[in-house]
Design a protein around this ligand. Sequence first.
Ligand SMILES: CC(C)(COP(=O)(O)OP(=O)(O)OC[C@H]1O[C@@H](n2cnc3c(N)ncnc32)[C@H](O)[C@@H]1OP(=O)(O)O)[C@@H](O)C(=O)NCCC(=O)NCCS
Length: 184
Amino acid sequence: MSNLNFTPFPEIRTERLLLRQVLLTDAEAVMKIRGNEEAMRYIPRPRAKTKEDALAVIEMLTNGIKEGKSINWAISNIENPLEIYGIMGYVNFYPELGKAEIGYMLHPDYWGKGYVPEAILEVEKFGFEQINLQSIEAKIDPRNDNSRKILQRNNYQFDRLAKKEMTFQEEELDSEYYIKHRTS
Ligand SMILES: CC(C)(COP(=O)(O)OP(=O)(O)OC[C@H]1O[C@@H](n2cnc3c(N)ncnc32)[C@H](O)[C@@H]1OP(=O)(O)O)[C@@H](O)C(=O)NCCC(=O)NCCS
């Protein structure tokens, strides 16, 4: 694994999307996404209920990029990059294993349009080709059928079920782990 220096920020273009850095000026959009109950249902993080909460999320994402500990992109409309559909990226790196954990979410207004499938291909390409990952891991709540579909359609293999792996808001949660290895 190499080059966890994300300056300048590596923007990615796909047919319909511009994957760009999440900026403080995106606070309103981040609040809508990270504050949405449906979108956050299977994400064990506190909901962003206020603009201040959203700013704190953006600051955390920015620090991760600066420190080379994570990288998240705003999934935005290529025709109008101020319109953010969601956020996606590598939320954790495990340099000693050559592995990263991928995460993604969209506001429900943008579900079912194939945006995450479109973005994930390029984010994986970035991971395997630019930072030389050996594998990409994804962790889902076993109830999250939509997320499992994304992984299965992208050839992630089921790795393991971790029972009662964490507690969030007094609920013990299981996690399913999926993994994709580099092929060349
Ligand atoms: C999981 C998620 C990223 C999928 O992204 P997407 O770009 O909508 O993916 P797709 O367009 O391929 O749609 C996937 C499935 O979502 C379901 N779906 C689509 N629109 C939907 C809607 N309006 N309501 C409920 N489910 C819907 C469909 O089952 C679809 O599968 P299909 O292609 O067989 O019809 C998205 O649903 C999401 O952001 N969920 C909330 C956040 C989350 O759970 N993230 C993953 C954490 S591990």
